[in-house]
Design a protein around this ligand. Structure first.
Ligand code: HEM
Ligand code: SF4
Length: 611
């Protein structure tokens, strides 16, 4: 673990800006020229939000247009706030274009599951939906929820009704709002994890959009019209947030939720009995960037202060509303909280949060993270209950031909399991809260269906985003490619006696960073078909970004590029030293201090005030 002290000393010198409270256009009088000029500069999505009538847009009508499997472009932006992305099968694109056919449109539907905990009954309902509407597969995501792929437009309402029937929803799972709130999963330290989960759930509930659009559109709920902005969306207003907003709750020593990759985080500070005495608050993490645009960069979050348990939700709301008011609404590529913090400085941001909560935050308390992966196999909680973490390759819960039967096996387990299921931030599944007397029966079912309880050291520390064929933004393969690459790398690691070495590896099909590749010790980011940027040198515990080691590497050259580094690591490492740390010490790659020096490959440029 390196620099975990607040990294804002130099930024504290930045002038305090006047809060730029974002004004939504008036409804009760004509808009002035000055207001019109300001509005003209706003990003297109801001206008879509304003015109949508609190996220309704033309969605209800669009669903009735049976001649196309698509919805309009503007509604395509709005539907994200309802937890959906319109997509098309990119494998089929060339063939369909040749035949002059429309694209093969379908929808990805993402659930909102605060803390990633669901009951066996909910599991069975979600399984049933997968089989009926979504190609018999569920995808456990990198943010503790499930996605369905391939739901066609004519089945959307039926799918949403079934999700509602399982007492779940998809509200705010995507879009410019607070997304699914994550929490440390493995309930081994019962008190602390219980508190983390409760906080995640409470934040999720309190920051949920209030518009009734979701119920109206998908469940034919009663249309609620009119009302003042303050009543309809008291926190968000008509324009919601400038960009997505992501919150997590972590329980040290595990950083399984990757707190430094998120806009807002809470780190449990524990007493000797593992009870939470309060939370350190982190702000300004984020992964996405754009190739060739150095003003965009990933950034790890800063530790901003400490808050008592009773004030945590107030702090969450204040951080989000400062970002609502200060975030950039003209340029979406500069709109995440990480850029707001870089622009105004952490000290000014913190001062504004303190003004809004009417209290000062405490100074951050010491804490230590050791890793950002999952603990596989069985663990026992301090209440004597048992938890089995399964390894789910790329989070795909399906039945593989001649391979593990994840879907059928977990369905069968859900029929007898009395505890709950937990999704991890690394796309894995925990069968949680198993009483001692049921442990053998659960294990027998896991084995019967060939479900994997672990994997080799590299594989169990891997994540791949979806990418092709469904993601419209993918420049290269990810989920379909990483397993083969890992087979090659495992051979290479074994040659150097490193088969059991824990190294984090993550791949994405583009630099948006859905699998958080810039905080993996080996990060592959799609550049074009079968070509990747190779990033190295991040910290094993997720606290330091990597650096670009080699541009545009052909997939076929990745093993040969990494092999000499593995060889050198095997010879030169200190006991217990991690791969990412070693590469920096040995001078293979420069150390990244934080976002602003991410693109500087020499390591000469350091953000002001950073060691
Ligand atoms: C500009 C930034 C981003 C954009 C435009 C974006 C867009 C997308 C799209 C279109 C998908 C759907 C892919 C599919 O399922 O076919 C997706 C998946 C996903 N994204 Fe992002 N994303 C961005 C950044 C991130 C980041 C930084 C994270 C996490 C920290 C994230 C988390 C996810 C998750 C959890 C999924 C679900 C599938 C998975 O687990 O890989 N996204 N994203
Ligand atoms: S990282 Fe890029 S390619 Fe991968 S799912 Fe996210 S947006 Fe798609």
């Amino acid at each position: 673990m390196d620099d975990h002290s607040p990294r804002d000393d130099a930024q504290a010198l930045a002038p305090t800006p006047a809060p730029r409270v974002y004004e939504t256009p008036p409804k009760d009088r004509p808009i002035t020229d000055a207001e019109a000029a300001r509005a003209a500069q706003l990003a297109a999505n801001e206008h879509i939000k304003i015109a949508s009538g609190y996220l309704r847009g033309g969605l209800a009508d669009g669903l009735l247009k049976h001649a196309t499997g698509a919805i309009s472009e503007d509604d395509g932006q709005l539907v994200k706030f309802h937890g959906m992305y319109m997509q098309d099968d990119r494998d089929l694109r060339p063939e369909r274009t040749k035949k002059k056919l429309d694209k093969a449109y379908s929808f990805m539907i993402r659930l909102r599951i605060a803390g990633g905990v669901i009951s066996p009954q909910q599991w069975l309902a979600l399984d049933d939906i997968a089989v009926t509407y979504a190609g018999s597969a569920l995808r456990a995501t990198t943010r503790q929820t499930f996605q369905y792929h391939g739901v066609i437009k004519s089945n959307l309402k039926r799918t949403m009704a079934a999700i509602d029937g399982a007492l779940l929803d998809t509200i705010a799972a995507c879009g410019d709002v607070n997304r699914n709130v994550m929490a440390a999963t493995n309930p081994a330290q019962v008190g602390a994890h219980g508190a983390a989960h409760r906080l995640a759930k409470d934040i999720s509930d309190s920051l949920l959009p209030k518009t009734s659009a979701w119920r109206e559109i998908w469940l034919d709920g009663e249309r609620v019209v009119g009302g003042e902005e303050e009543e309809v969306e008291p926190v968000y207003g008509r324009t919601y947030l400038p960009r997505k907003f992501k919150i997590v709750v972590a329980v040290p020593p595990s950083n399984e939720v990757d707190i430094f990759a998120h806009d807002l985080g809470f780190i449990a500070i524990l007493d000797k009995n593992n009870q939470v005495t309060g939370w350190n608050v982190t702000v300004g993490g984020g992964m996405g960037m754009t190739h060739g645009e150095p003003e965009t960069f990933p950034r790890t979050a800063d530790v901003m202060g400490f808050v008592a348990p009773e004030d945590a939700i107030k702090v969450a709301e204040a951080v989000m509303t400062v970002q609502r008011d200060w975030g950039n609404r003209k340029n979406r590529k500069n709109a995440r909280l990480k850029y707001t913090i870089e622009r105004y400085g952490l000290a000014a941001f913190r001062a504004e949060v303190e003004t809004r909560i009417g209290k000062t935050l405490g100074e951050p308390k010491p804490f230590t993270f050791t890793n950002n992966g999952d603990r596989f196999g069985w663990t026992e909680g301090d209440d004597g209950r048992h938890h089995l973490t399964l390894y789910v390759p790329s989070g795909r819960i399906k039945d593989y031909e001649d391979g593990p039967q994840f879907l059928t096996g977990l369905r069968t387990i859900a029929q007898v399991h009395e505890g709950d299921f937990r999704l991890t931030a690394n796309q894995n599944v925990i069968i949680a809260n198993v009483p001692t007397e049921k442990r053998a029966a659960i294990e027998a079912l896991v084995d019967q269906y060939g479900i994997t309880k672990g994997a080799g050291a590299l594989r169990r520390n891997s994540i791949a985003c979806v990418a092709l064929p469904t993601c419209g933004l993918a420049l290269a393969e990810s989920e379909r490619y990483l397993p083969d690459l890992m087979t090659e790398l495992e051979e290479s690691l074994a040659t150097h006696g490193l088969a059991e070495e824990e190294i984090t590896i993550r791949s994405t099909g583009c630099p948006n960073g859905c699998a958080r590749p810039f905080i993996a010790e080996i990060g592959l980011v799609g550049r074009g078909p079968e070509r990747y940027h190779l990033y190295l040198g991040a910290a094993f515990d997720g606290s330091r970004l990597s650096k670009l080691y080699k541009e545009d590497v052909a997939a076929s050259d990745i093993r040969d590029t990494l092999d000499p580094l593995f060889a050198d690591f095997a010879k030169g490492r200190n006991p217990g030293e991690h791969f990412g740390d070693y590469l920096i010490r040995a001078g293979h790659v420069a150390r990244t201090v934080n976002g602003p020096d991410f693109h500087d490959r020499t390591g000469a440029l350091k953000p002001a005030g950073h060691a």
